[in-house]
Write a protein that binds this ligand. Structure first.
Ligand code: DQA
Length: 147
């Protein structure tokens, strides 16, 4: 099973960036733990972090036909990007939207997502654990009757 993990803008700053909101672990720490967990479960996890919308879109397109599941923290693009929504719809790959923080407990502009209604699920407010729950769901999807 091929899982694509995408992290959007400013998530490269994890560990340094507002640690009271986003925690002390770096993105590298988080991705390494997820890769180990995926490998232990017989899956392959590929990761891209980008601050550029088009790079995330290009990566989604490149996975057409060979990606089984996408886990995405779109960062601020969550609240702005129709293009990212359309890219995810264009490849028909199930995806889970993850946010480290509870976006609903923050500024009103973070309450709306352009992706949430077409996601299989949304996990927010659970920090790094949210990515691990998303990975478990992806793995179970891979074992399911429709895999
Ligand atoms: C975020 C929440 C977004 O509102 C914000 O722009 C981010 C990170 C999160 O993981 O909590 O960059 O996606």
């Amino acid at each position: 099973m091929n899982i694509l993990l995408l992290n959007g803008p400013n998530l490269n700053m994890l560990g340094k960036r507002e640690p009271e909101v986003y925690g002390h672990r770096t993105l590298q720490d988080i991705v390494q733990a997820l890769k180990e967990s995926a490998t232990a479960n017989g899956a392959r996890l590929e990761h891209l972090q980008s601050n550029a919308e088009h790079e995330l879109i290009d990566k989604i397109h490149a996975g057409f036909g060979n990606t089984d599941f996408i886990i995405i923290n779109p960062g601020a693009f969550t609240h702005t990007s129709v293009a990212l929504r359309d890219a995810l719809l264009s490849v028909s790959v199930p995806f889970i939207e993850v946010h480290l923080s509870n976006v609903h407990a923050r500024e009103p502009f973070r309450h709306h997502s352009y992706l949430a209604d077409v996601a299989q699920g949304v996990i927010c407010g659970l920090g790094e654990q949210g990515y691990h729950f998303a990975l478990q769901a992806a793995l179970q999807h891979g074992n399911g009757p429709h895999s």
